[in-house]
Design a protein around this ligand. Structure first.
Ligand code: HEM
Ligand SMILES: *[C@@H]1O[C@H](CO)[C@@H](O)[C@H](O)[C@H]1NC(C)=O
Length: 493
C-alpha cells in the first residue's frame, strides 16, 4: 500500500513539474517574443525586476545602471518593462516640451496622496499648476526674495565660523542642510524652520533626512506600502509616519501664513505662493488652497536635500583641488566688499564650478521614468513599444566619455567652451516641461553660499578629524543622492 502511495504522489509531483515546466516555457516564449527582449541587457532583466529592486534598496542604482551602459551600450533593458538610455539625442527626444513622454506612475508611488506639481502624471493638471507657479520662482520673480536667501547664507557662514572655534572643524553638510531647509521653508511657508538660529535638529529635520529613503521604499514596494496601513511592518510604517508628520507640519505653517496674508494684504511678507492666495479676490486665476498645499510640500522636499548635497559636494571638491580653489578665490577677490547676488552672475569661474559640481555630483542621479507614447518610439535605433518605461539617468549622461573626456575628473574649466553634446547631455535638473521649477532658486543659493564661504574661508581644506575620509563622501541614492555618512568635515580658515 505504502509503495503504491509513493508511486501516486511521485506521479503527482511529476505531473506538477511538467505542468509548471510547460507554463514556464510558454511564459519564456511570450517574453522572448516581445520587442523589449531584443534590446541589449542582461538576460535576467527579460524576466524579472527583483534584482533591480534589490539594487534600489542598497542605494546603488545609478552605479549599477551605469555599469550596464558600459557593458551594453547607450540603450539597456534594466527590467522587463524599463529601458535606460545614455545618449544626448534620445534624451532630448524623451524630455522635450513638445510631444512629451508623460511621467510614469512611479511618481505616485514615490509621493502618494493628492497630486502636486512634482508628482502628477496628468498633463493638464501639471500645465495649470506650472503656469501659475512659474512667475514667482522665475529668475526675475526671485529678485524680491534675494534678501531672505542672503540672510540665511550669512547665518550659514556664521555657524561654520562658530563651530570652527568650538570644535576645530566644521561639518558643512549640517549647516548646508539647515540653510537650504530654512530658505525653502521661509519662501514656501512664510516661516523658516529656524534651524540655523536654534542650531537644533528638530523632529522635522530628522524626518526630512529619512524622506528620500522612505520615498525610495515606497516606490520600490508600492503594494507592500499599501499593506502597512493594515499590517504594521516597522521600517515601512516609518515611511508613512514620516510623511504624515511632514504633511501636518506643512499644513499648519501654510494655514498660519495664509491667514496672515489675508489679514495684512500686500504688507505680509511675500512667499513663492502668497500671490496665489490673494489672486481670487483680485479676480485672477488661481489654484485651490488644498492643491497649493501639495505644491508647497513638494517645494520643501524637492528643494532641501538637493541643494544641500550639491553645496556640500561643491565645497568639498573645491577644498580638495588647490588650483580650482585658487582660481575661484582670485575671482571672488574682484568683488566689491558689499557684493550681492546681482554681482555674482557675471563671474564665469564661479558659474563653471557650479556647473561642474552639478555634472559630477548630480543630486538626482537616477533615471527620471517616462512612458513611451502609444505609437512607440525609436531611441538610438531601438524600437520601444508604447506603454513601456524609459529613462535617462544624469549619473550616466554626465559620465559619458564620448561627451565629457576624462569624465570622473572634477575640472570646471571644461565648461569654458562647452560643445553641443555637452549641453544636450547636461541634465542635472531634468528636462522638457517637467524640468526643475526651482533651478533658479537653487543656483542663487549655490552662488551666494559659495561666494560667501570662499570669501570668508579662502584657505579651507578637507579635515581628517574624527576619522573623516573620502569614504564618507561616497554617494548613496534613493532617487535623491547624499553622502553616505551625512557629514562633511572641513577646516574652514
Ligand atoms: C541643486 C538643486 C536641485 C536639483 C539638482 C534639482 C533637480 C531636479 C530634477 C532632476 C527634477 C526633475 C525630476 C523629474 O523629472 O523626475 C526636479 C524637479 C522639481 N524640482 Fe528641483 N532640483 C533642485 C532644487 C530645487 C529647489 C530649490 C526647488 C524648490 C522649489 C525644487 C523644486 C522642484 C519641483 C517642484 C520639481 C517638479 C517640477 C515639475 O514637475 O514641473 N528643486 N528638480
Ligand atoms: C589665507 O592664507 C593667506 C596666505 O597664507 C593669508 O595671508 C591669509 O590671511 C589667510 N586668510 C585667512 C582668512 O585665514
Amino acid at each position: 500500500m505504502e509503495s503504491f502511495n509513493d508511486f501516486q504522489s511521485l506521479g503527482n509531483y511529476e505531473l506538477l513539474a511538467i505542468g509548471v515546466g510547460v507554463i514556464l516555457l510558454g511564459y519564456a516564449f511570450t517574453v522572448l517574443r516581445k520587442p523589449i527582449s531584443k534590446v541589449p541587457g542582461p538576460s535576467y532583466t527579460k524576466f524579472t525586476d527583483v534584482y533591480l529592486k534589490y539594487i534600489d534598496m542598497s542605494g546603488r542604482r545609478p552605479e549599477y545602471v551605469h555599469a550596464l551602459h558600459e557593458k551594453y551600450g547607450p540603450v539597456v533593458r534594466i527590467s522587463p518593462g524599463h529601458v535606460s538610455v545614455m545618449d544626448p539625442a534620445a534624451t532630448q527626444q524623451m524630455y522635450s516640451v513638445k510631444k512629451e513622454f508623460r511621467k510614469s506612475t512611479w511618481y505616485q508611488d514615490f509621493v502618494p496622496g493628492p497630486s502636486s506639481v512634482f508628482s502628477t502624471v496628468d498633463v493638464d493638471y501639471h500645465r495649470r499648476h506650472r503656469r501659475l507657479l512659474a512667475s514667482e520662482i522665475s529668475e526675475s520673480g526671485l529678485v524680491i526674495h534675494r534678501p531672505v536667501v542672503d540672510s540665511k547664507v550669512r547665518l550659514f557662514t556664521e555657524r561654520i565660523a562658530e563651530e570652527m572655534e568650538e570644535r576645530g572643524v566644521s561639518d558643512i553638510y549640517r549647516w548646508a542642510l539647515y540653510m537650504a531647509t530654512d530658505v525653502i521653508g521661509e519662501l514656501s511657508f512664510g516661516s523658516s524652520f529656524r534651524m540655523l538660529e536654534t542650531k537644533e535638529e528638530n523632529q522635522y529635520i530628522i524626518d526630512l533626512k529619512s524622506v528620500s529613503f522612505a520615498g525610495g521604499l515606497r516606490a520600490t514596494f508600492p503594494t507592500l506600502m499599501k499593506v502597512t496601513k493594515y499590517i504594521p511592518i516597522p521600517v515601512l510604517s516609518l515611511g508613512m509616519a514620516v510623511r504624515g508628520r511632514l504633511f501636518e507640519y506643512g499644513a499648519q505653517s501654510l494655514e498660519r501664513h495664509r491667514k496672515l496674508v489675508e489679514e495684512q494684504g500686500d504688507d505680509a511678507k511675500p512667499t513663492l505662493l502668497s500671490k496665489l492666495y490673494r489672486a481670487r479676490e483680485k479676480g485672477d486665476e488661481t489654484l485651490p488652497f488644498t492643491e497649493l498645499r501639495m505644491d508647497a510640500m513638494s517645494y520643501i522636499t524637492a528643494g532641501s536635500d538637493t541643494t544641500t548635497n550639491t553645496l556640500t559636494y561643491l565645497i568639498w571638491r573645491v577644498c580638495k583641488n588647490p588650483d580650482v580653489k585658487a582660481k575661484l578665490v582670485a575671482e571672488l577677490q574682484t568683488l566689491p566688499a558689499d557684493f550681492g547676488d546681482q554681482d555674482l552672475k557675471g563671474l564665469p569661474y564661479l558659474d563653471m564650478v557650479i556647473q561642474e559640481t552639478l555634472r559630477l555630483h548630480s543630486a538626482v542621479p537616477s533615471g527620471l521614468p517616462r512612458v513611451v507614447p502609444a505609437e512607440g518610439a525609436t531611441l538610438c535605433g531601438h524600437f520601444i513599444p508604447g506603454g513601456y518605461t524609459v529613462s535617462a539617468q544624469a549619473y550616466s549622461m554626465h559620465k559619458n566619455p564620448a561627451v565629457y573626456p576624462d569624465p570622473t575628473k572634477y575640472d570646471p574649466s571644461r565648461w569654458e567652451k562647452p560643445t553641443k553634446a555637452m549641453k544636450d547631455s547636461f541634465v542635472p535638473f531634468g528636462g522638457g516641461s517637467r524640468i526643475c521649477i526651482g533651478l533658479h532658486l537653487a543656483k542663487m543659493e549655490l552662488r551666494l553660499a559659495t561666494a560667501r564661504f570662499f570669501t570668508r574661508f579662502p584657505n579651507s581644506t578637507v579635515s581628517t578629524l574624527d576619522g573623516f575620509t573620502d569614504k564618507d563622501m561616497e554617494p548613496w541614492s534613493f532617487f535623491l543622492m547624499s553622502p553616505k555618512n551625512n557629514r562633511c568635515l572641513i577646516n574652514a580658515h
